[in-house]
Design a protein around this ligand. Structure first.
Ligand SMILES: [Fe+2]
Ligand SMILES: [Fe+2]
Length: 281
């Protein structure tokens, strides 16, 4: 399967960001009054401990380039085939879009809710996604392909989702995001000679942020068990299937990237599936 859009310039990247409606994440808005009524009292002790972890902010200084970053990028870039480079740029680009999509959603909820618990959580989650997005954008800028995030925010259309759909979607996409990052990190830890870009060195602590974002949603659902009953379970399965389907198509569009890290796309997807299922049991 081949991609129809080649990214050769910052304009190509921004054009893809605002026009690609099939594979890129959509932007969501929700019923903020309903979100104000969400209570986390049944899990208050765990909730406060989780918020304290966010406040401690262990990754505060983590998303900075170290002294060898630029040299390593340059050396590895000279060995990259044009096909791999194009797939890698597309990977960076779609990952950036996912991070920005989370950032915009969490900031939007933070701005519009009065529920202090949800507001505080969204502030921390938006903080993390902003760091992730800007770290990826720096790598795109190395190739002169950084996107203008304010254009991106202005041009996207928003889709309305009820709060419970938002919780399911965030939970599943964050948990799958964690599984994807950690699988790539472990693979390149096992085959360090296959690491064709420096950014993969950051994936371990990066994916911890995604894991906790997912677990924060799990806590909200545990505090509100009606979200996990009856027809809602069918909805969750639907979301899971939709996210997997998009992931499967995207990964099979990048055979050179998976080949570079000695991982077949199907094998990678099943591994992500298995890590995710273990977490969401
Ligand atoms: Fe993220
Ligand atoms: Fe996240």
């Amino acid at each position: 399967m081949k991609q129809s859009i080649t990214i050769n310039s910052a304009e190509d990247a921004t054009h893809k960001a605002v026009t690609d409606k099939i594979f890129l994440p959509r932007f969501y808005t929700t019923d903020f009054d309903a979100m104000n009524k969400i209570s986390v009292e049944p899990v208050r002790a765990e909730w406060d401990a989780m918020i304290a972890e966010y406040e401690a902010d262990n990754n505060r200084d983590y998303f900075q380039r170290d002294a060898s970053f630029a040299t390593e990028v340059h050396e590895l870039d000279m060995k990259m085939s044009p096909e791999l480079k194009q797939e890698f740029l597309d990977f960076l680009f779609t990952t950036l879009t996912s991070e920005l999509s989370g950032c915009i959603l969490y900031n939007g909820i933070k701005r519009n809710v009065s529920n202090p618990d949800i507001k505080r959580l969204m502030r921390y989650m938006a903080r993390d996604e902003t760091r992730h997005a800007s770290f990826i954008n720096s790598s795109l800028k190395d190739y002169g392909l950084g996107i203008n995030t304010s254009d991106f925010k202005q041009n996207k259309k928003f889709t309305f989702f009820k709060p419970r759909y938002i919780f399911y979607a965030i939970y599943l996409s964050e948990t799958i995001g964690y599984a994807r990052y950690i699988k790539m990190f472990r693979q390149l830890e096992a085959y360090p000679e296959r690491r064709f870009h420096t950014i993969f060195r950051w994936f371990q602590r990066w994916c911890n942020d995604e894991f906790w974002h997912g677990e924060s949603m799990a806590l909200i659902m545990r505090a509100n068990p009606e979200l996990l009953k009856g027809p809602n379970l069918l909805l969750i399965r639907f979301f899971l299937l939709a996210v997997y389907a998009i992931m499967y198509v995207r990964d099979h569009m990048r055979p050179a990237l998976k080949q570079a890290i000695i991982l077949k796309p199907t094998e990678y997807d099943f591994e992500v599936f298995s890590i995710t299922n273990e977490i969401i049991k």
